[in-house]
Design a protein around this ligand. Structure first.
Ligand SMILES: Nc1ncnc2c1ncn2[C@@H]1O[C@H](COP(=O)(O)OP(=O)(O)OP(=O)(O)O)[C@@H](O)[C@H]1O
Length: 545
């Protein structure tokens, strides 16, 4: 035992990232669709002196690096993007809708819900701020606290960090008394576990902010997630919190169960590989963060609260495998107590899952081979029960889960590709709207050195950039033969993409009084947009804004 000052807060780690470190993304040009991440400024001073609208925000790619760097350059054929697989089905033109151009509704809704839930705050909340964490919101759905897992009542809060603005989860163990400073230091190695199937741990400390002595564990926050217990063992009360995601019941597809097994096994590989043990793999402490995506959620806590338990690491790691077996048994039986009547539960598995599921669960639940038994298949005896051998036996399932993951990744990349188009076009639209119809700037545009044109006329209705206004009409204000407005999204996207690419294609722009026709290429239009925008920037600087 070590003497501990109970009024002092103990941290797992007092070393913090310098909050004053320069935000390297400051120099990113939001309007420059071809800006490259490598061109981002690296010092605060540089960042603040950068024109955020310039084609080259750093000014680094000047004449010393590239020939003709200052000359107008058109992009390659950005409007001729070819979709990456998986390919959409062969829809006819009239069957295509706005949905084909943008992120799928279901994904958009999901992301928006998550963002909304993450930003939720409770007005006049009585929960105190803790260290840098404020705006606490309790995530527990029941006041009934189960003390049997940690030995202390535990509460879970969502909170925002005042240091980095990110949202985190704080797990509080009420009335926890730290008797050994080393106990809280045992959280340190957990911070180095970077596994997609473990909820990342950031910090641990004690606090008296709640009026007692509490242990706080800071982890990642996964909005709209719920535990496997909430998903499979509870009914409708959760519905409102999870926005209509109902508690699942009935038969769980075998592929989903294998998916859980593979994910938790890969989490255990990372944990055991670092010389640690998960110690708590139970339905209420496995988080379902999106469809079929699970993460271990209570890691590190047992290492603190049972620091002096005296159990050896091999023993704890073997127990992880047994706990995983019990978890899958309970979920597959749709009952939190299925492990208590193992025989009956295994019979159900045999009936419901004719494949290798039973074999796998049995292997996990079987006690360790006794010391002295041969430990390798070549020695003709039972294989040693550890995570590596478990993974070796799961190879076929890994392959199929991996394949599903690749498909999901392809779909997301495809969606991202479509959104990339949207973000380029938004930047272009913003530029166009800055430029179009600004007669008030006629007199304030400075004459660029060497320019022969009269700047005051360049912004006039009949000036040099008149065709930009006509282009806006051409894109957005078209009418059909009967004078009815045409609202064709494909036409708008087609025109804007060609403008962004500076294509050589020519279009005929007709004046509003239908007396004049201007034939211009997208390349000329693009040049016009760029130079008008640069003039605007100069005018802005001149006025000190
Ligand atoms: N990292 C996290 N991100 C988002 N939500 C979380 C996170 N951790 C826990 N939650 C949610 O907080 C709630 C409380 O979690 P907790 O682990 O206490 O489960 P519980 O069902 O209350 O279990 P117990 O009965 O053991 O207290 C659950 O609804 C869980 O989904």
């Amino acid at each position: 035992m070590y003497p501990v000052n109970r009024n002092e807060s103990f941290r797992a780690d007092r070393y913090k990232v310098d909050p004053n470190a320069p935000a390297s993304v400051l120099g990113y040009d939001p309007f420059n669709s071809s800006a490259n991440i490598s061109s981002i400024a690296t010092s605060g001073h540089q960042a603040s002196s950068i024109n955020p609208y310039a084609q080259d925000p750093t000014g680094l790619s000047g004449a010393s690096y590239y020939q003709n760097a200052n000359a107008f350059q058109s992009s390659p054929s950005y409007h001729l993007y070819w979709p990456i697989g998986p390919q959409p089905t062969n829809l006819l033109a009239y069957q295509r809708t706005a949905h084909d151009f943008f992120i799928p509704d279901s994904l958009r809704e999901d992301l928006q819900k998550k963002s909304e839930v993450a930003r939720q705050v409770i007005p006049n909340s009585s929960l105190p701020p803790i260290e840098q964490y404020h705006s606490l919101v309790c995530l527990d759905t029941s006041q009934h606290k189960n003390q049997s897992l940690f030995g202390y009542p535990s509460w879970v809060y969502k909170a925002v960090s005042g240091k980095d603005g990110n949202t985190y989860t704080l797990r509080r163990l009420e009335n926890f008394r730290l008797t050994n400073e080393n106990a809280i230091r045992s959280v340190q190695p957990w911070k180095r576990i970077l596994s997609g199937s473990v909820v990342t741990i950031h910090d641990a400390f004690t606090t008296r902010a709640f009026g007692d002595s509490s242990l706080i564990l800071v982890t990642d926050y996964h909005p709209c997630s719920k535990s496997l217990a909430e998903e499979y063992f509870k009914n409708s009360p959760m519905q409102s919190r999870f926005h209509g995601r109902q508690a699942a019941s009935g038969h769980i597809p075998e592929q989903v169960l294998w998916g859980y097994l593979v994910q938790i096994a890969s989490a255990l590989k990372a944990i055991h590989g670092m010389g640690l043990a998960a110690r708590l793999i139970t339905p209420s402490k496995v988080l379902l963060t999106s469809k079929n995506r699970v993460r271990l959620n209570a890691c590190a806590i047992m290492d603190v609260v049972q620091f002096d338990s005296g159990r050896s690491l091999p023993e704890l790691q073997a127990d992880d495998l047994a706990q995983l077996g019990r978890l899958i048994l309970c979920i597959a039986n749709n009952s939190p107590t299925a492990h208590l009547n193992q025989q009956k539960s295994m019979d159900h598995i045999t009936r419901a899952y004719p494949g290798r599921m039973k074999e796998c669960i049995k292997w996990l639940l079987d006690p360790q081979p006794s010391p002295g038994t041969p430990t390798s298949p070549t020695a003709g005896g039972p294989i040693q029960k550890d995570i590596d051998n478990f993974l070796a036996g799961l190879t076929d399932q890994f392959a199929s889960v991996f394949d599903s993951t690749l498909h999901a990744e392809d779909t997301l990349t495809n969606t991202l590709g479509r959104e990339l188009e949207s973000s380029r076009l938004v930047r272009l639209l913003v530029k166009l709207n800055f430029i179009n119809e600004r007669p008030e700037l006629d007199a304030s545009i400075p004459i660029p050195s060497g320019s022969t044109s009269n700047p005051s006329s360049s912004w006039a209705e009949t000036g040099e950039r008149y065709y930009l206004k006509l282009f806006r009409d051409y894109v957005f204000h078209q009418v059909d033969a009967n004078g009815h407005p045409v609202t064709n999204l494909a036409h708008v996207l087609d025109c804007l993409n060609k403008l962004d690419a500076g294509s050589e294609e020519k279009i005929a722009l007709i004046s509003r009084d239908e007396q004049n026709v201007l034939v211009v290429s997208y390349r000329e239009l693009k040049r016009g947009v760029e130079s008008a925008f640069q003039d605007l920037i100069k005018a802005g600087r001149g006025s000190g804004r």
